[in-house]
Design a protein around this ligand. Structure first.
Ligand code: NAP
Ligand code: G4F
Length: 344
């Protein structure tokens, strides 16, 4: 009988971790997840797979080299998906050391554990379009990086030192990265703008909230669906030789567009008036349901991210399936159902 492939996922409790775990279970992998101790229940999304023993949970923090080494010894992975991160860009301005510690040194600890253990595991690193920062769009693998946030800087250091640098230094090490543009889903953390919008508009629709306060409505992002993007991670690890790929939809929208599309999916139509911090979004009945609050502006903003994923399309045969409109509708519907059932 063919031996089952084994994978270790760091960050398995996050949005992408849960989708990768499900993808690999579907593909017949033996899946291990590194999870840090939490006072809350971190397993909401994975309960069924854990109960059915399709995932094995190993405890460990990306700050703890010994725990990472023990997880590798137990999992003996063919593939490692390094998704663990302090992934909130806004918060990284307040907690820059944490961004460096987890997003940069965390990868260093993992890579050294693989090298020290003489393991043949292939490593996927979650790099990000935030590394492009203020670089002119569209951005691809040849665009010079210009990060502006502590999060972007930490991810870029990890990318340059341990992905690109170690690939040269250790020719036997298989390490690749996906430079992923924003990807969302009903499982997105509630502080990210798309999910904040979908959950708030669902509550407004149900009369449980009056309005939502947002920051920069003009920020432009290339938003795709997380379920599509994790397929690209897996495809990268199936290659003979490691390389880095931009993963993006190639379509750009503003935060305001995301509000409009979500509202449309909920049969709420928004009319905008005013400008800057005085801009508001009103319902047809004239009720203000979107306001701007300076509190949600970043010290330095990334204005415009738009990815060119031509290389991934050509070499991996990857392309996104879910459109911007369908993504917003999917998130709106999921939140409407969840909020309604919580408030029955
Ligand atoms: P997420 O939902 O915020 O998940 C982050 C994961 O990292 C969670 O499982 C979290 O565990 C874990 N983690 C954080 N600190 C840790 C630590 N010290 N030790 C161990 N685990 C730790 O992020 P995501 O959206 O799934 O993104 C996955 C990866 O892709 C991240 O590296 C992110 O930076 C990168 N990325 C994301 C996007 C995007 O648009 N989603 C785009 C480009 C790159 P807890 O549950 O305990 O917090
Ligand atoms: O949803 P966001 O917080 O995502 P951001 O900063 O683009 O970061 C996400 O994508 C990166 C890939 O480029 C990942 F690497 C990273 O881990 C994360 O997943 O903000 C999107 C845009 C920003 O321009 C922000 O200023 O929305 C703007 N925005 C406007 N109002 C807001 C808000 N963002 C948040 N979080 N909350 C607001 O109220």
């Amino acid at each position: 009988m063919k031996k089952k492939k084994r994978a270790l996922i760091t960050g398995i409790t996050g949005q992408d971790g849960s989708y990768v775990a499900e993808l690999l279970v579907r593909k017949g992998y033996e899946v291990f997840g590194l999870v840090r101790r939490s006072s809350n229940d971190p397993f909401v999304r994975l309960k069924e797979l854990i109960r059915e023993r399709k995932i094995t949970i190993l405890y460990g923090d990306m700050r703890d080299s010994g725990a990472i080494r023990r997880a590798l010894e137990r999992a003996e992975p063919d593939e490692i998906y390094n998704l663990a991160a302090q992934s909130d860009v806004g918060i990284s301005f307040m907690c820059p050391e944490e961004a460096g510690e987890i997003n940069y040194h965390g990868l260093g600890r993992l890579v050294h554990a693989v090298l020290d253990g003489r393991l043949r595991s292939k490593i996927y690193q979650a790099s990000t379009s935030e590394m492009f920062g203020s670089a002119k769009p569209p951005q691809n693998e040849n665009t010079p990086f210009q990060p502006v946030s502590p999060y972007g800087v930490a991810k870029l250091r990890a990318h340059e030192d341990y992905v690109v640098g170690y690939r040269k230094k250790y020719p036997d090490l298989f390490i690749c990265s996906g430079i992923l543009f924003n990807h969302e889903s009903p499982r997105r953390g509630q502080h990210f703008v798309t999910r904040k919008i979908s959950i708030s508009l669902a509550k407004i629709k149900l009369g449980l909230q009056d309005y939502v306060e947002l920051g920069n409505l003009n920020a432009r992002r290339d938003w795709g669906y997380a379920g599509d993007f994790v397929e690209a991670m897996w495809l990268m690890l199936q290659r003979e030789k490691p390389a880095d790929y931009v993963i993006a939809t190639g379509q750009v929208h503003t935060v305001r567009d995301f509000v409009n599309e979500t509202a449309k999916a909920l049969d709420m139509h928004i009319a905008w008036s005013g400008s800057g911090t005085r801009e508001v979004g009103k319902t047809e009945a004239g009720k203000v349901i979107v306001r701007v609050n300076k509190k949600f502006f970043r010290p330095v903003e990334v204005d415009h991210l738009l990815g060119d994923s031509g290389k991934a399309r050509r070499e991996l045969g990857w392309k996104p399936r879910v459109s911007f409109e369908d993504l917003a509708a999917m998130m709106a519907k999921a939140d409407l159902e969840a909020v309604a059932s919580e408030n029955k």
